[in-house]
Design a protein around this ligand. Structure first.
Ligand code: ADP
Length: 385
């Protein structure tokens, strides 16, 4: 080994900050412990999943530039587990000499679904045709139906996205700045996670297949995706082209559509660890969380090869749930070989909230899916007690 990354800096000497204290940060802290890296977290919720396990926890508004600056100014490296943060505050920290990764300009570009789509169009990256409009309700019929309307900012986990199929439904369109996209005839929803280090080293994880529930939350995912080698290669090529076009550093999750005509289209990207990479903890040479740390710290990237087929099931708050979480049948499911639980430590369960996940390893993607389907109705819904 040569160069800077040959010297391993003791974790205690390095102050690493995470904006956001949710489950993604929590699983990154779990990975960081193996390197003796100490993660400091800013989040508005003193009961967030990272609060009790962060090296230092600070309560504060992620969108308040002053709060972000006050928290981050004495840190060495600042990163994010959520993109809805004050890029103004991060830009100021960068100017003060704090290493901010991903770059605040990338966070700003990605956070607005309009500028993100425009970026793909400007760089020849395949994506569904679209228009940017100021008032979605007034203009929704201008593109012909069906059309997918997305709020440019503020939506997440399927909220802020709707399909308008009829003139009657146009009444319910959001009256806000929006992207109006052609509806894709989706064969499969795929995703690829790419890590690009400060040294320029790049690694791509195998393509993952996501299956969504009616709330547009990932229901379960299967890895590796059951697609041809040609589609796998094309998905990875398109994902890499996004990373290169942006000159992105950090971890980028690229959500793709495989349409019924066999084309790969970029849906959107997330500049951080992603739900579709949770199985990498057990199924791949290096988890996405460890890889994120390696990428932003300029360490050699870890092996991304998949060692076992896997399926991942989210554990989601039941309709109307509100209170202390109760995981029915999860205890019994622990007798399943190859099943790995991850509970996020959220104090309260609410409808649609991601409370945890389980990963099941199996001999093939099909059998991993079968096992998750057999468990799903018993364990995927989290109740309150
Ligand atoms: P979010 O950021 O809230 O996750 P997405 O842009 O990923 O929103 O959209 C959520 C889901 O809506 C996608 O996973 C897909 O199922 C569906 N969707 C989004 N865009 C399109 C499109 N252009 N055509 C068809 N379905 C779409």
């Amino acid at each position: 080994m040569q160069g800077e990354s040959a010297t391993f800096r003791n974790g205690a000497d390095l102050r690493i900050g995470f904006l956001g204290g949710g489950q993604l940060g929590r699983m990154t802290i779990q990975a960081a412990l193996d390197f003796d890296f100490r993660i400091e977290v800013l989040d508005p919720d003193p009961q967030c999943p990272c609060a009790r396990i962060a090296h230092r926890f600070t309560q504060g508004d992620l969108n308040d530039a002053e709060a972000v600056i006050a928290w981050g100014r004495s840190l060495d490296v600042v990163t994010v587990e959520i993109e809805n943060v004050s890029t103004e505050g991060l830009t100021a920290l960068k100017a003060m000499g704090v290493q901010v990764l991903p770059d605040p300009a990338h966070l700003a570009l990605i956070r607005d679904k309009g500028t993100q789509k425009q970026f793909y169009a400007d760089h020849g990256i395949p994506t569904s045709d679209f228009a940017l409009v100021e008032d979605g309700r007034a203009e929704v019929l201008s593109r012909g139906l069906p059309v997918v309307q997305k709020l440019r900012t503020g939506g997440y986990d399927g909220r802020g996205v709707q399909v308008i199929r009829t003139e009657d439904e146009a009444r319910y369109a959001f009256d806000a700045p929006s992207v109006l996209e052609d509806a894709v005839d989706i064969e499969k929803e795929l995703s690829v996670i790419v890590a690009r280090s400060t040294t320029g080293e790049v690694k791509t994880y195998p393509v993952v297949e996501s299956v969504f529930n009616e709330l547009n939350l990932v229901d379960y995912l299967v890895a590796p995706a059951r697609i041809s080698e040609a589609v796998e290669a094309e998905a990875r090529r398109v994902a890499l082209s996004v990373v290169e076009a942006m000159d992105f550093v950090g971890l980028l999750a690229i959500e793709l559509f495989l349409d019924k005509g066999g084309r790969i289209l970029v849906n959107e990207v997330a500049p951080r660890a992603h739900n579709s990479g949770h199985h990498t903890i057990e199924a791949c040479g290096t988890s996405q969380f460890e890889q994120h740390l390696r990428a932003i710290l300029g360490l050699p990237l870890g092996d991304t090869a998949q060692r076992s087929a896997a399926a991942m099931l989210n554990l989601i708050g039941a309709p109307g749930a509100n209170g202390t979480p109760l995981y029915p049948a999860l205890g019994a499911a622990l007798s399943e070989p190859g099943l790995h639980p991850h509970l996020y430590g959220k104090a309260a369960v609410r409808e649609g909230r991601k409370m945890g996940h389980v990963t099941v390893l199996a001999d093939s993607a099909d059998s991993a899916e079968q096992r998750v389907l057999a468990l799903r109705d018993h364990i995927s819904t989290v109740h309150a007690h």
